[in-house]
Design a protein around this ligand. Structure first.
Ligand code: OSB
Ligand code: MG
Length: 371
């Protein structure tokens, strides 16, 4: 594979409804699309870094800088590459900046799959033909609002409800959902809003048969999570704390979690996601694929990785219509009434960006041609 041009596009889409988490409220989504050009073929990747460094330390601006000034030149310096697994090795001297790395690597994976005429899911070793999905529900003003939102998504078929919580909007909200929907798979996501001093909140949540509680404690912690897990029944799932296979091994060894949520961007790409997948399979740790409010391009990558066998729990990859008035891909991502998404069988990510929509939502772009 010899890539002769990378195009970076800064994009912006309006969310249908504001999305509130314990770290802030979003009304729109800025992100970067990456195109990897080789001959007539184009591979697409999406950078999931947000506008502000509040989920992790990266931003749209830092990711653009790292891609343009470091990662792309490193790939060009290598000449041509045989397999996308080499990309993370080439990037290894650069510390962190995982979302920037994953965006470039994702475009290379798509290009590789297209050149070999196979679906990305198959290139990654995936075997499922459909995946089960849930929905991530932001913090709502009132219990009544939350119940109405949950009911709406249940009627659409989503397989599990993930409810965002924060101090003061936790036990009461979860209790209300559980009372109205006794048998629905429900989980909570705290986005690091608590400390070990809040153990009574988690003891109280133990009464509501939650599938798991996601990232209750600090974004950079695995020690206190192990202490908390020892005191509660509900399985802890780590999100923010896991950046690599190494982090995964340590968290599992310490007993910091019983479930892991893989986000391709957070762990630095599809190759690292596969390695974490294989390790977790060997340790009987169930996985699911997290979301970052991606456009259709990013969610196409999520669908492909979720086709691997150990993604056994419904993920955050919802349909296009859950996020956007119009997505930038054709076809849009569609969720069936049984809460599944079909894994595409056409080459690469299996969804085509629509040129007119790409242009409509591009704020700025730059081609970085091989010197
Ligand atoms: O913690 O999972 C999270 C969105 C942005 C940043 C962090 C998170 C989320 C979500 C949304 O929960 C998941 C989705 O894409 O639907
Ligand atoms: Mg999360």
């Amino acid at each position: 594979m010899k890539i002769n041009n990378f195009v970076l596009r800064k994009m912006k889409l309006e969310l249908k409804a504001p999305f509130q988490t314990s770290f802030g409220t979003q009304t729109d989504r800025e992100f970067i699309l990456v195109e990897a050009h080789s001959g007539d073929e184009v591979g697409y990747g999406e950078c999931v870094a947000m506008s502000q460094p509040i989920y992790n330390e990266e931003t749209v601006k830092t990711a653009w800088h790292v891609m343009e000034d470091f990662l792309i030149p490193m790939l060009y310096a290598k000449g041509s590459i045989e397999h996308p697994d080499q990309v993370s090795e080439i990037f290894a001297p650069i510390r962190r900046n995982n979302m920037a790395k994953a965006a470039i690597e994702g475009a290379v994976w798509d290009l590789y799959a297209k050149q070999n005429n196979v679906p990305l899911a198959k290139a990654l070793g995936g075997s499922k033909t459909e995946i089960g999905v849930g929905v991530s529900i932001g913090i709502q003003e009132s219990v009544e609002d939350l119940l109405a939102v949950v009911e709406g998504f249940l009627n659409e078929g989503y397989q599990r409800m993930k409810i965002k919580i924060q101090p003061g909007k936790d036990v009461e909200m979860i209790r209300a959902v559980r009372e109205k929907f006794p048998n629905v798979p429900v989980m909570a996501d705290a986005n690091s809003a608590y400390t070990l001093d809040d153990v009574e909140v988690f003891r109280a949540l133990d009464d509501y048969n939650l599938m798991m509680i996601e990232q209750p404690l600090a974004h950079d912690d695995i020690i206190d999570h192990a202490k908390l897990q020892a005191q509660i029944k509900t399985p802890i799932c780590l999100d923010e704390s896991i950046h690599s296979l190494e982090d995964t091994k340590k968290a599992i060894e310490l007993g910091s979690c019983k479930i892991i949520n893989i986000k391709i961007g957070r762990v630095g790409g599809l190759t690292e996601s596969k390695r974490i997948h294989d390790y977790c399979l060997s340790k009987d740790i169930p996985l699911w694929c997290g979301g970052m409010l991606e456009s259709g391009i990013g969610r196409a990558h999520n669908i492909a990785i979720t086709s691997l066998a150990n993604f056994v729990m419904p993920g955050d990859t919802s349909g296009s219509s859950r996020y956007w008035h119009e997505d930038i891909i054709s076809p849009e991502v569609v969720v069936t009434s049984k809460g599944t998404i079909d894994v595409p069988s056409s080459p690469g990510i299996g969804y085509q960006p629509v040129p007119a929509l790409m242009d409509k939502y591009t704020l700025e772009w730059k081609g970085i041609i091989r010197p």
